[in-house]
Design a protein around this ligand. Structure first.
Ligand code: NAP
Length: 494
């Protein structure tokens, strides 16, 4: 069954609600008008709401005790519904525990109106949710269960609840960033529609705008038999992987979907494979080690790096891959126009998880590598493991760097997020002949690259590694090559 997109209109005036609808109408199948959010004088004008009869409309007057803004008493509330009984509202959303008198309900229903009986639980998924849903369904047309997910541990339980409810007409929503999958995979939950918001916060994964639901996640096409992929991490809102992979599916006419999964534990997400056709995941900070550990099958780069960034479901269980290694190497080989790095002497800054993959890939390709670490002991341990040299990340190491300056690779997190103005190699006098490569892709040009470029160096940006490792993942997931015309399309990332 296709999943409809319901835009929630929660402005202070009907004129503003209409404006918001007009801005999003191309991606919306129905609307919920939150009358409790309207100024009281606006509520008296509901009869003039121009969308009545044009698309399905839900009328909601949520009380403050149920998480809404309506402060009137019960008498006023009943008078409100009585007043709007004959206007042609398709649905009334009525909270559990606050039923309307039988005669009012039957009058409304005799005019074709339907009742959505709902409960919201901001504490989490209550153990008696299925029982309550069945009880609410008596005397209504569908039920809505909206529960806040405070972490990823109960994501699977929401899917389990959906199975328990069998054929009961419903909408199930896991509220908050951990519940994003419940909004996109509504078809798998048997939901009649999913809710969209007109103004999701930039870092709020839990709310999705209608255009993204329709054009990125393609909720109208995806059905519960189709494959699900995703990226699991914490944090995850900054990830470009959903845009990249969904664009690839769309271009190749594949009906799969790819989601960002915010998680506390990788296994919480893998568990949903009991309920949906989860075929593979990208794995990012902080779960790369866990991914390598839990896999039934691992490739050589995973064993060498003790980390995996890709899990693919096979007949024998999860197979772990590390596409960061090849993804990192390809742009460098391309820049030099060669097939290996024999004879190249390269400096790597940093000794964290990403540095391990980078150094391993460089060594595999035949380069000699110097690792510079802020925490020297960590750099030394990595160098010992992978047969490289190590030195402190400090001016005293410049003599050694001079002997390893065909390329300088920046692998630390200095240059992004709260360290956006930091160049960890600011003490280095660039000659202009080195290739400077930063694996950070947000911002597109870090301070490190800025300084190298200003001294005439050729640069490689982190986004080049990102698209290479992501297209490698795409191939592992689908068996198909990522569309070349999309790979370097700047529109993908804006
Ligand atoms: P990690 O394991 O936490 O390691 C971070 C490293 O950065 C550590 O060696 C740390 O030094 C060092 N560091 C942090 N701040 C520093 C500073 N101010 N000066 C010097 N060193 C500093 O993280 P990771 O997994 O390696 O990831 C590192 C970066 O790679 C992230 O920005 C990530 O986004 C990026 N990455 C990009 C791609 C891509 O596709 N382009 C793929 C993977 C990762 P200490 O050891 O002294 O603490």
């Amino acid at each position: 069954m296709p999943l409809n997109i319901c835009l929630v209109l929660a402005e202070e005036s009907l004129a503003r609600d209409l404006e918001v609808y007009e801005q999003h109408r191309d991606w919306v199948d129905m609307v919920e008008l939150r009358a409790d959010k309207l100024r009281p004088e606006e509520r008296t004008k509901l009869r003039t709401w121009p969308l009545l009869g044009k698309i399905p409309n839900i009328l909601t007057l949520r009380r403050t005790t149920d998480g809404g803004d309506y402060r009137g008493d019960d008498e006023d509330r009943l008078a409100f519904y009585q007043m709007h009984c004959d206007e042609g509202w398709d649905w009334w959303d009525i909270e559990e525990g606050h039923p309307l008198p039988e005669n009012l309900e039957s009058e409304y229903r005799s005019r074709g109106g339907k009742i959505l009986r709902s409960f919201h639980d901001f504490q989490g998924l209550p153990p008696d949710a299925a029982e309550r849903a069945r009880a609410m369904f008596r005397g209504s047309d569908a039920v809505k269960i909206a529960v806040a997910l405070k972490d990823s541990s109960t994501l699977g339980n929401v899917f389990e609840l959906a199975e328990e409810l069998n054929n009961l007409p419903r909408v199930i929503i896991g509220m908050g960033a951990y519940g994003l999958a419940t909004r996109v995979l509504g078809s798998a939950l048997g939901s009649l529609w999913t809710y969209a918001t007109s103004h999701p916060g930039p870092n709020d994964l839990g709310q999705i705008d209608p255009k993204t639901l329709k054009e990125v996640y393609r909720v109208h096409q995806w059905t519960s038999d189709d494959a699900v992929y995703g990226v699991v991490g914490n944090p995850i809102h900054h990830s470009k992987s959903p845009i990249f992979h969904n664009a690839g599916f769309r271009a190749l006419g594949i009906r799969s979907v790819y989601l960002p999964f915010l998680a506390n534990n990788l296994e919480d997400v893998l568990r949903i494979r009991e309920y949906v056709n989860l075929r593979g995941v990208s794995v990012t900070i902080p779960f790369k080690e866990q991914a390598a550990h839990l896999a039934a099958v691992t490739e050589e780069s995973v064993r060498a790096c003790k980390a995996a960034n890709t899990l693919v479901l096979t007949a024998g269980g999860w197979a772990a891959h590390n596409t960061d290694t090849l993804g990192f190497l390809r742009p460098l080989l391309k820049k030099w126009g060669c097939s290996d790095l024999k004879g190249k002497k390269i400096t790597v800054i940093g000794s964290g998880g990403a540095a391990r993959g980078v150094v391993w890939a460089l060594k595999q390709a035949g380069a000699q590598v110097l690792i510079l670490g802020r925490t020297f002991a960590r750099a030394e341990a990595l160098a010992r493991d992978l047969d490289a040299l190590a030195a402190p990340l400090a001016p005293e190491s410049l003599d050694l760097v001079e002997k390893h300056q065909d390329a300088v690779i920046q692998t630390t997190s200095a240059g992004m997020a709260d360290q956006i103005d930091v160049d960890p190699f600011s003490f280095y006098p660039w000659s202009g002949k080195e290739i400077a490569y930063d694996i950070i892709y947000n911002p597109p040009i870090t301070k490190f690259l800025e300084h190298a470029q200003s001294r005439g160096c050729q640069i490689i940006r982190g986004v080049e590694m990102f698209v290479e490792q992501a297209s490698e993942q795409f191939e592992l997931f689908t068996g198909l090559e990522y569309p070349q015309n999309l790979m370097h399309d700047p529109k993908l990332f804006t």
